[in-house]
Design a protein around this ligand. Structure first.
Ligand code: ADP
Length: 281
């Protein structure tokens, strides 16, 4: 058989309430059209998305109440000192729950907001500089966090989603790299488009985990991720937001040496530098 185009999903029926996938497959001289009714799968998928969105939304208010009281207890001078440790731990855990709920909501929003991200011109260099500044203010971080801007081209996309992509990758690099290590954040463009990479000299990831790394809640080492306060959803968000920009993620990593996560954006998402051309002419 020849090259396979990926299946296309179409709605049909009087109320457009059924879903089909259609796929053209070349088999020697002939072309085969494969049509499959995927209505059941599509409905289950919609139910799953609704459930996750509703459950995370519902969890938000009770969590806010619990954290609020825990904050008050932590500051109460009359509190027995035996309780200081447990209360601190409860605060850490409720903060983790809050982060998981926020990340679940963000994923739900990405899934609900259609296929294509908007095309706002985003100053990638400025955005990365702010993210770096936040990292530098942290108590624990690798000693060197370098920003390398090889392009001033703006990216046409959703500012908040691009920020989320970059800050998730930078946070991971910082989390999984020891204090004596270093992190490099880079933005460059070439004829293929724009590229944003985050490299670290951290612990790296064994090759067998790489294909599954962007799945929800997939962690190389559960204990390590929990200790560092990760939700396990960061890379799933990165992948989803990138797809909405027509981009994709590549991961290069050597265990014990470090990792490089690179986001590739298509050329049509890079703003033509018309301002500069006009000024020069
Ligand atoms: P988490 O919130 O657990 O960091 P992510 O989805 O962001 O979740 O990442 C998934 C897993 O990939 C992490 O648990 C970690 O094991 C691994 N990982 C991600 N980034 C790095 C990195 N820069 N270095 C080493 N491991 C990483």
């Amino acid at each position: 058989s020849g090259p396979q185009a990926s299946p296309v999903v179409v709605r049909y029926g009087p109320a457009s309430d059924r879903f089909l996938t259609c796929q053209l497959i070349q088999a020697g001289e002939q072309l085969l059209l494969m049509v499959r009714d995927v209505t059941r799968e599509a409905r289950l998928e919609a139910m799953r998305k609704d459930f996750v969105a509703n459950a995370s939304h519902e969890l938000r208010s009770p969590l806010t109440v619990v954290s609020g009281y825990l904050d008050q207890l932590a500051e109460d001078p009359a509190m027995d000192s035996d309780w200081h440790g447990p209360i601190e731990e409860m605060r850490r855990q409720s903060e983790r729950m809050r982060l998981i709920v926020e990340d679940l909501l963000e994923l739900s929003r990405l899934e609900a907001s259609g296929k294509e991200a908007p095309r706002e011109p985003v100053d990638v260099g400025g955005m990365l500089a702010l993210i770096r500044k936040d990292v530098m203010a942290r108590d624990t971080r690798p000693q060197q966090v370098v920003l390398r801007l090889d392009s001033s081209a703006r990216l046409l996309g959703s500012e908040s989603e691009l920020h989320s992509i970059a800050s998730n990758l930078v946070s991971n690099a910082v989390k999984y790299t020891p204090a004596e290590g270093s992190v490099e954040i880079r933005w460059w463009t070439d004829r293929d488009g724009g590229h944003l990479s985050v490299s670290d000299t951290g612990m790296g990831i064994p090759a067998e985990h790489l294909p599954r790394l962007t799945e929800r809640f997939y962690r190389v080492d559960r204990g390590r991720s929990r200790r560092s306060g990760g939700s396990g959803l960061g890379l799933a968000i990165v992948k989803h937001a990138l797809q909405r920009h027509g981009g994709h993620l590549t991961i290069d990593s050597v265990e014990g040496k470090g990792s490089t996560f690179t986001c590739h954006f298509p050329a049509k998402r890079i703003e033509a530098e018309s301002g500069k051309a006009a000024a020069a002419g």
